[in-house]
Design a binder for this molecule. Structure first.
Ligand code: PEP
Length: 252
C-alpha cells in the first residue's frame, strides 16, 4: 500500500511566533479531525524547525520537513545546513529540487542528485520535485521533460534506496498561479511517471508515493486526489492556513 501524504511547503513565510501558532493549530486539528491514515508533513523555514518539532512532538502521522539541504555532510559552506544537522533536530523529510530552487538558485539535475544522495545517507527522506514550465506543456513535450528530470537525478539509486523517495509532480505553470492542472492532467502525468519508474525499478514503482503540487486547495483537492496514481499533495499557499491545510488532508 502506498502512503498517502500531504506536505505543506511554507516557503519563506511565517516568523517564529506565527509558525508556532500555525503548527499548533494544525497539530490540534489533525488530532481532532483526521481519522484516515494520511501523513502530514510541515516543511517550515529552517529557523522554525526546532520549535515546530517541539509542537509536533510524537503526534502520530505528523512529521517535520525541511525545504532544502546541502549536499555535503559538514564543512566550510557558509550559510548552509547539512542533512545530519536536520536529522539531529527531528527532521524526517526534505524537499529537494523545488522549481523555485531550480530557477532562482540554478540547481541542476546533477546537483540535485547529490542532494538526494546526501539526504538518503543521512536518513532523511527526499521529497523530490519535478515539473515542466508552461512553454514545454504548450509544446507537448512535458512527459519527456519530466521523465528526464527523474532519470537525471534519481536513476543512479539502487532499488532499496529508491524505495525511500517521495516524488512531487509540480507543473511550474500551476505553482502559486491559481491555475491547477485538471485531475485528468495530473493523473495522466502521474501514470506516466510511475511507468517510467517501473521501466527501471519494476514493482518498486508501485510503492512510491507521487504527490501533486500546484494551486491545490480545499475545493479541488478531492478531485485531484481521486486519480489512482495521485497519492497526495505538496501544498504551498494553502498550507499557510490551518483550516485549508486540514481540509485538504481530509479530502482523501
Ligand atoms: C509549491 O510551491 O510547492 C506549491 C505547490 O505552491 P502552491 O500550492 O501555492 O501552488
Amino acid at each position: 500500500m502506498r502512503e498517502k501524504i500531504v506536505a505543506g511547503n511554507w516557503k519563506m513565510n511565517k516568523t517564529l511566533d506565527e509558525g508556532k501558532t500555525l503548527a499548533s493549530e494544525i497539530v490540534n486539528m489533525y488530532a481532532d479531525e483526521v481519522s484516515d491514515d494520511v501523513k502530514a508533513i510541515l516543511c517550515t523555514p529552517f529557523i522554525n524547525l526546532p520549535s515546530v518539532k517541539g509542537i509536533i512532538g510524537n503526534t502520530k502521522n505528523v512529521f517535520l520537513g525541511a525545504q532544502n539541504c546541502n549536499d555535503h555532510e559538514s564543512g566550510a559552506y557558509t550559510g548552509e545546513t547539512s542533512v545530519p544537522m536536520l536529522k539531529a533536530i527531528g527532521v524526517s523529510y526534505v524537499i529537494i529540487g523545488h522549481s523555485e530552487r531550480r530557477e532562482y538558485y540554478n540547481e541542476s539535475d546533477e546537483f540535485l542528485a547529490k542532494k538526494v544522495d546526501a539526504a538518503l545517507a543521512g536518513g532523511v527522506t527526499p521529497i523530490f520535485c519535478c515539473g515542466e514550465p508552461l512553454e514545454i506543456r504548450e509544446a507537448g513535450t512535458h512527459f519527456d521533460y519530466v521523465t528526464k528530470q527523474l532519470t537525471a537525478s534519481l536513476f543512479h539509486l539502487s532499488a532499496d534506496q529508491f524505495k525511500k523517495i517521495v516524488i512531487a509532480y509540480e507543473p511550474i505553470w500551476a505553482i502559486g498561479t491559481g491555475k491547477t492542472a485538471t485531475s485528468d492532467q495530473a493523473q495522466e502525468m502521474h501514470e506516466k511517471l510511475r511507468q517510467h519508474l517501473a521501466s527501471k525499478y519494476g514493482d518498486v514503482a508501485e510503492e512510491i508515493s507521487i504527490l501533486y503540487g500546484g494551486s491545490c486547495k480545499p475545493d479541488n483537492a478531492q478531485e485531484i486526489f481521486a486519480g489512482k496514481d495521485v497519492d497526495g499533495g505538496l501544498i504551498g499557499g494553502a498550507s499557510l492556513k490551518s483550516r485549508d491545510f486540514i481540509e485538504i488532508i481530509k479530502s482523501f
